[in-house]
Design a protein around this ligand. Structure first.
Ligand code: MG
Length: 387
């Protein structure tokens, strides 16, 4: 029996890597559904090659123009609800690799339909981790991390008792601007921010890596995935990105996960879990790799990390507001409407001024998300004058 996969965000960076993995094991994997936001041409090519039964186009305007016949699929779903409908189709696993909190509804729908979820899309966990994890427990389905650090932690703690974990050490490369002083970061362009020193990734996550918001989001992601308190998660600077994270146990032992900087490794592990399959990717050569260094982080120039930890400490709707403001600010930065250093200002103002709901339900999280975006847009419209 082949593993039937629904892939959300198939034309993005993770989506393409996932299809490379699938392409290598035709006896093992079968693509039954593909969803893309707006790159219809790429989706068309993917449908021709992988022959899924269904597809979804999330962008409403583009979706309206497209036909199932043009994509050569039996069923074509359209619009934001399209991805949600797609995950209801029969499959074994949903790989969620779309960008942003827009992934929340499809991820919840996948869990509620009893499918295991491989999560590359961290924003839904940041915004609504409590909901996602409680639904996953209720349905008895595993949530498998694809983020490299979390895949590493997941592999280090397999077979261990949670009470034996002393500390989780998330590694951070520091992004392209670590060690640069704040004044020199003022005129950073979207292209500069998107060029990560060790990982080749999509634009949103690359900008998040440059502000270190990505590490902040990953702390919150780890809290939910591994049911860990904020105090149990630390960050260590490891510029080589070869150790993908470490777990320190109560007896002082530390387990680390090492691997090349290639997202196909964590993607493949999430798809084959609990098994491992021989991978054709280039392996780590222990004797020819660079010296591994670990340093205490100095985050004084990177307020986004501090803000994410503050949101985690506050809990409730605060992480959803943080995430919504950050998504809005990063989009504005990529469109040249907001200077790099003001991304954190938008997030900080939203976190301070948008009211967080007391009760956490799907609706209150969606409201907090919408309020965070509204606030950020208004703030940017004012701040934009200063660009
Ligand atoms: Mg990561």
């Amino acid at each position: 029996m082949r593993t039937r996969i629904i892939l959300l965000g198939s034309t993005g960076s993770i989506g393409n890597s996932a299809l490379e993995v699938v392409r290598r094991y035709p006896d093992r994997f079968e693509i039954v559904g593909l969803a893309a936001c707006s790159n219809v041409e790429a989706l068309k090519r993917q449908c021709a090659e992988f022959r899924p039964r269904c597809a979804a186009i999330v962008d409403e305007t583009l979706a309206r123009e497209a036909t199932a016949r043009a994509l050569d699929v039996e069923k074509l779903y359209r619009g934001p609800e399209g991805a949600q409908a797609l995950v209801e189709e029969e499959a074994d696993i949903v790989l969620a690799a779309m960008v942003g909190a827009a992934g929340l509804s499809p991820v919840l729908a996948a869990i509620r339909s009893g499918k295991r979820v491989a999560l590359a899309n961290k924003e839904p966990l940041v915004s609504a981790g409590a909901l996602i994890m409680s639904e996953a427990r209720r349905m008895g389905v595993p949530v498998l991390p694809v983020d490299s650090e979390h895949s590493a932690i997941f592999q280090c703690i397999e077979g261990q008792r949670s009470e034996d974990i002393h500390q989780i050490h998330l590694t951070a490369s520091g992004g392209p601007f670590y060690k640069r002083d704040r004044a020199s970061m003022n005129g950073i362009s979207p292209d500069e921010a998107a060029s990560h020193p060790t990982w080749d990734m999509g634009r949103k996550i690359s900008v998040d890596s440059a502000t270190l918001m990505n590490k902040g989001l990953e702390i919150i992601e780890a809290m939910w995935l591994f049911d860990a308190a904020l105090e149990k998660i630390g960050v260590v600077i490891h510029p080589q990105s070869i150790v993908h994270s470490l777990v320190e146990f109560t007896d002082g032992g530390i387990l680390a996960h090492l691997g090349p900087t290639d997202m196909k490794f964590p993607i493949q592990y999430a798809l084959t879990w609990p098994e491992r399959v021989r991978a054709p990717m280039a392996r780590l050569d222990l004797t020819s790799m660079p010296a591994l260094t670990f340093a205490k982080p100095d985050f004084s120039e990177f307020p986004c990390l501090r803000l994410a930890m503050e949101a985690a400490r506050r809990g409730g709707g605060a992480p959803a507001i943080l995430n919504a403001a950050n998504e809005t600010a990063v989009e504005a930065f990529c469109e040249g409407r907001l200077p790099f250093l003001q991304i954190s200002e938008v997030v900080e103002a939203a976190l301070d001024q948008v009211e967080s709901p007391n009760e956490i339900t799907f609706d209150t999280i969606m409201e907090a998300d919408a309020a965070g975006r509204r606030f950020a847009r208004a703030f940017i419209d004012q701040a934009g004058v200063r660009v």
